[in-house]
Design a protein around this ligand. Sequence first.
Ligand SMILES: [Zn+2]
Length: 82
Amino acid sequence: MKTKAAVRITITRRRKFYFQIPLICIHCRVCGREVETLSASQAAEALEVHPGVLSRMIADGVIHVISTVSGSLRICRNSLFS
Ligand SMILES: [Zn+2]
């Protein structure tokens, strides 16, 4: 049986990130309210991490993911910068 190794990701640098396109607002179940969301590529760019690192953060529950009716995934902006 394979076990997952624990991964701790610490973001040590923060900068203001200005979005060029309008953000989509969707209800986040974790936050319990409507929040601004980003695509996965926008979230990776905002955090300045490789998309693979973002995938690990999603798998570890570090950031909130919201599935849309169309089947795409949106990232809760609050979970990126909290
Ligand atoms: Zn959230």
